[in-house]
Design a protein around this ligand. Sequence first.
Ligand code: NAD
Ligand code: ZN
Length: 361
Amino acid sequence: LIKFNRSIGQNCEIIDDLGKLPNIVRYTLKDISPTNIMIITDSTVHSHYHKRLDDALPEKYSVDWIVLNPGEDSKLFTNILSLSEKILKLRIDRNSLLIGFGGGVITDITGFVASILLRGVRWIAIPTTVIGMTDAAIGGKTGANTESGKNLVGTFYPPEHIFVFPDFLKTLSDRDITAGWSEIIKYRLLEGGDLWNKFGKQNLTTTPTSDIIEHCIRYKERVVQEDPFENGLRRQLNLGHTAGHALEVATAYKVYNHGEAVLWGLGVMLQLSHLNCGLPEDVTNLAQQLISKFILPESNVHPDTIVSHLASDKKRINNKNIWVLLNALGKFNFYDQVPEKLIYDVITKQLEFLKVGKAVR
Ligand SMILES: NC(=O)c1ccc[n+]([C@@H]2O[C@H](COP(=O)([O-])OP(=O)(O)OC[C@H]3O[C@@H](n4cnc5c(N)ncnc54)[C@H](O)[C@@H]3O)[C@@H](O)[C@H]2O)c1
Ligand SMILES: [Zn+2]
């Protein structure tokens, strides 16, 4: 057995050197022995890395590249329908292999399509963004968007393998690096402990290291193992996402990317946790200081808009938002009775920061 990599969980590996891509690909394909291969990616990832992956694929396989437009619109159910038709016309059979090669948008789409075509074909995820590596490609959730909202259609359908090559992050934009840090901060607030203290020394403008990525993956895998279908515990991963999601919708997905909106949502969560659930002031302050280092696009959103989007959030249960809030570092709880007046006041205050491109004060 040749060891190329660090195995994280059942089917996820981190490979610290992109030079090992050909070997990994060869070994994996030998094992899977697919009829043919279809690689789904977006044009940005394609332009950077198409040759790299193509060269790594043994010649004997028939390979089709399907290159989508970058961005959330590719996840629209209607676009996924035409994508499915396209793949069906490419001689797919039950023994074909799909490879999702890109950020969270691409792995969400590939997993979804893999789960429905021919009632399920095998797929591999090669995430290329921080959000993809630490979150989207992990845990088996796939998703598509409809007119009614984001990720409201989807399946649980884990890939056969997840190959994490942090080297891919070298070409990521500053905005997408920032977006990635939001989820890392989320994980660390949930986990607490020593790692949190290390944040003080970390340069948050640089690309997260593979150790940091590994830690996030391990945390998510633990949570998912306990609650694979999100009936309870897994909902903790929604920390900062209730308000963040409302901001994304309120600005029609045009102003903030997911991670930026989550940074703002974490600010709202910290304030609510402090005022409603006893999160100590020093933790609140330190976390806010961290988040305040990031620069966000400016916007002028009315609190009523956010509140109305909270009210139509499809994740509501019994007509109530379920807030994940912190009682302490590493200690979260679910709340469906947060006073409306408090929510309104906190959101009003936090929206002021967005006017000057800040998530928190
Ligand atoms: N399934 C899940 O559990 C889960 C979890 C979290 C997020 N998500 C989904 O993930 C999506 C967000 O993920 P994302 O931020 O990765 O989005 P994304 O796929 O849109 O990628 C962000 C941008 O980075 C570019 N890019 C990707 N890799 C690159 C690279 N190596 N170099 C340069 N540019 C690169 C893309 O072209 C895109 O413009 C959302 O749709 C969200 O719903 C899913
Ligand atoms: Zn997220």
